[in-house]
Design a protein around this ligand. Structure first.
Ligand code: PLP
Ligand code: SF4
Length: 375
């Protein structure tokens, strides 16, 4: 028997519902919020707040909420709150300037070797803190072959593009058939080397990661799936099974988290999250994002100083492979840049003052060959 057969048997056993049931039994529209164990005041608040950003929560994710805790970190990510209606000056519709760098519909090209491709603007779950929520509110922006035509032609015309990043929306909210068609369209372009998928499905709807879905993505290209776990309680048996399927398919798994006040802004939570991602799921923590300037999200943003202190603590506590890079995605298309921690204090010619992991500043005197010294 092949490993794959064993693997898929294990998956069948670990899911007592299919993903369709998970979707059907979850919150699909504002009206469904009424079925949740919220107080009348909380329900009214959630319904009012939902006017600004869609709601959708699969049953598997709803089941992770501790309804006895009003500040539950799972609940905070998906149940609308009236804090979202409080917008601050300086918050943005398009915090990282996706639109400004979009030469054709459904594509953003900011870095020479990689593009974002938006096959759909729908998601399996709608996160309250989403930095693309303004794109997601418009209707009629699902996948069609026609809608991606110009984007694929653009990629074919730009030989410097090596990575195509499917994002959205959530690309894994599409059918196997649609995914296979998109993958085939991309792999037919000879200069593309890697297909990347940015998705929250392994977190919010892990039962959707099926052998059929994985097969739809397999072909000529190296496949990297970038998941979006924000809290260790999201790392469940079902998420583990989903990640195992993808690892056995040969996909490289990475995770990006968003630093969110009241959700994961503590050393203990982030430390456990990063360890469990790597040790249990085989998912390498890639980025920890500072909160974007999405509208109505001030209540979830930490300060940069707080983020740097957390990132510094993680650097001391976690192994290199468990450590994410703390980044900010700058407005106006400045791109993602690391915010620290920074260990270099300065230098006097060849004498560099560098802070060690123990907090002590040491001098590192450079010694290089003649050629380097002259240049
Ligand atoms: C984040 C992002 C990427 C991917 O960047 P990496 O640092 O390679 O993960 C590519 N294009 C755009 C426009 C992005 O915002
Ligand atoms: S899954 Fe991603 S794109 Fe969709 S709402 Fe959540 S953060 Fe936004």
């Amino acid at each position: 028997m092949t490993t794959d057969a064993n693997l898929y048997d294990a998956i069948e056993r670990s899911h007592d519902t299919t993903w369709q049931d998970d979707v059907r039994a979850g919150v699909r529209q504002v009206r469904d919020l009424a079925s949740l164990p919220l107080s009348p005041a909380e329900r009214e608040a959630a319904q009012r707040a939902a006017a600004n950003h869609k709601v959708r929560i699969p049953k598997a994710y709803l089941d992770l909420i501790d309804w006895n805790d009003p500040a539950d970190p799972i609940r905070a990510q998906v149940i609308p709150s009236t804090d979202e209606l409080v917008e601050q000056e300086g918050e943005l519709d398009d915090p990282i300037a996706d639109h400004e760098f979009s030469p054709v519909p459904r594509l953003t090209h900011r870095h020479a070797d990689r593009v974002l491709l938006f096959p759909t603007y729908q998601c399996a779950v709608y996160c309250r803190f989403c930095f693309r929520k303004e794109s997601l509110t418009s209707i009629g922006r699902g996948y069609t072959r026609e809608a991606l035509k110009l984007a694929l032609a653009y990629i074919a015309d730009h030989p410097e593009i090596r990575e195509v990043i499917l994002t959205g929306g959530d690309p894994l909210s599409l059918s196997d058939k649609a995914l296979a068609e998109i993958r085939a369209g991309i792999e037919a372009i000879p200069h593309v080397r890697l297909l990347r998928i940015h998705t929250r499905v392994p977190v919010a709807l892990p039962s959707r990661i099926t052998p059929g879905l994985v097969a739809a993505l397999q072909g000529r290209l190296m496949v990297t799936v970038v998941t979006h776990f924000n809290h260790p309680r999201e790392i469940t048996d079902a998420a583990e099974a989903a990640c195992r399927i993808m690892r056995h398919a040969g996909f490289v798994l990475l995770n990006q988290s968003v630093l969110l006040k009241g959700v994961n802004d503590s050393v203990e939570v982030l430390e456990e999250l990063c360890r469990e991602l790597m040790y249990r799921l085989g998912v390498k923590p890639y980025y920890l994002h500072h909160g974007d300037l999405a509208r109505g999200m001030a209540h979830r943003r930490t300060t940069i100083a707080e983020g740097r202190a957390l990132a510094g603590a993680l650097r001391r506590l976690l192994s290199g492979i468990c450590n994410p890079t703390y980044v900010i995605d700058l407005p106006e298309g400045g791109g993602k840049v690391p915010l620290g921690p920074c260990y270099v204090e300065g230098h006097d010619g060849e004498a560099w003052r560098i802070r060690g992991q123990d907090g002590e500043v040491r001098t590192y005197a450079e010694i290089v060959g003649e050629d380097s010294r002259r240049s």
